[in-house]
Design a protein around this ligand. Structure first.
Ligand code: PLP
Length: 412
């Protein structure tokens, strides 16, 4: 057999050593908690109970804490609480002040800086809430906030006004009122459970909520937005998965930002969800010195596919008060998007969006592929920058009228 159709070995693109190492699956392991028993370590309630929430714990575990971080940890009681699961804490590199994991969960003094264009409710959610805890922005779907608690708190949280209740928002969802609104609003065919993190509920409470939603005939589709597989993979138990699979079609959107978050533990937890028939998507936030790098993003989206997760969105970081130090430019977001499309698997390419400030919803922002367009033709460029023309067609009327011959199907 001839091999002439196959590329020669020498034509293989040189594999970047950095890309390769970013994509390697590593366990988070027991780390600082080497003396904890395996049953305790693998118990999600143990992980929650032993979260790092206080400055004293941080200082003990991380002597390399910087003055900016120490000052940040002092103010968390008034802004957004600090919480880091022991599992996730083990992913931090204490020797690296710019560790991409560290920047996401350890508070910093810069959180007190608020630019004039920053807001406490950057996506105008409260003004789109027909009942508390329900955001109805798009005609056919609603965002259903079920709790203000998460396993760990992201320092750039777009919902920090209510999440963790550190600033006294006092969020108390009233499931009856929320479900009643969905039941009497027949245009709602898609319900997105979020918060806070819905998977923090125990199985019984989640099952109750999902059953009530599933009892509404016009609710076709339910999804859960969660960072639990990344912060607390121990929560994804076989029991949880067999409970969830009763409610299909059920999708789950996870939130991972950096390839190092995709540990062997996270991959296994994600695998359990997929094996329960739940399609998984990922939503990343573009963050400065976390993932605002072409190679990091490429490794991340490819590694997500290896976990059977489809990259769904990359969000431009919302204009949440105190997040400027974590925000990357739209220019950088476009550069990253352009570096992915065509250069890697189409399934690996998420849509880059800006959630419009004030409440316009998600707006896709895309590099220019259409260079010009008129009634006669469209001029496009491909991922390599090569230019092509496509003749425009008047809808319903072919440019060239070919004789049409209708052939009777032969039914004998
Ligand atoms: C993101 C979001 C949704 C879901 O949007 P999709 O593009 O369908 O994923 C629904 N409602 C609100 C308020 C949202 O912010």
């Amino acid at each position: 057999m001839s091999n002439s159709a196959l590329p020669a070995d020498s034509e293989e693109p040189p594999s970047s050593a950095r890309l390769h190492s970013l994509k390697a699956f590593q366990p988070a392991g027991r780390g600082f908690w080497a003396d904890v028993s395996a049953p305790d370590w693998n118990d999600w309630r143990w992980q929650l109970k032993h979260r790092i929430t206080k400055l004293e714990q941080l200082e003990r575990l991380m002597p390399t804490l910087t003055p900016e971080e120490r000052a940040g940890a002092v103010l968390v009681d008034h802004k957004l609480a600090m919480a880091i699961t022991p599992y996730f804490f083990n992913l931090i590199d204490p020797a690296d002040e710019q560790c991409p994991i560290r920047r996401q969960v350890i508070p910093r003094l810069e959180e007190t800086d608020t630019a004039p264009w920053e807001m406490s409710d950057p996506c105008g959610e409260d003004s789109h809430s027909p009942v508390p805890g329900l955001v109805h922005r798009y005609p056919d779907r609603v965002l259903f906030l079920v709790t203000d608690r998460c396993a760990a708190y992201c320092r750039y949280c777009t919902r920090s006004r209510l999440v963790s209740n550190a600033s006294g928002y006092d969020f108390h969802p009233e499931f009856d009122r929320q479900i009643d609104y969905i039941a009497r609003t027949k245009t709602v065919r898609d319900v997105l459970l979020s918060g806070g993190d819905p998977l923090l509920f125990n199985d019984e409470k989640l099952e109750y909520l999902l059953s009530r939603l599933r009892a509404i005939p016009h609710v076709e589709f339910v999804r859960i937005g969660t960072r639990i597989p990344i912060f607390l993979p121990q929560r994804i138990t076989p029991e949880l998965c067999s409970m969830l699979r009763q409610f299909h079609p059920l999708f789950v959107s996870i939130h991972s930002n950096h390839p190092r978050e995709l540990t062997t533990e996270a991959r296994d937890a994600l695998g359990r969800l997929v094996d329960a028939g739940i399609p998984l998507g990922n939503q990343s936030v573009l963050l400065r010195q976390v993932n605002d790098d072409v190679e990091v993003m490429k490794a991340h989206v490819q590694k997500l596919l290896m976990c059977r997760v489809r990259p769904y969105y990359i969000y431009q970081c919302d204009l949440i008060a105190g997040s400027a130090h974590l925000r990357a430019s739209v220019r950088k977001g476009l550069e990253i998007t352009d570096s992915l499309r065509g250069h890697t698997t189409g399934y690996a390419v998420p849509t880059y969006v800006i959630d419009a400030p004030g409440g316009g919803g998600k707006v896709p922002v895309s590099p220019e592929y259409v260079l010009s367009r008129n009634n006669d033709r469209v001029v496009i460029r491909n991922y390599e920058g090569k230019i092509f023309e496509y003749p425009e067609t008047t809808d319903g009327q072919p440019l060239f009228k070919a004789p049409v011959r209708f052939e009777e199907p032969d039914l004998r």
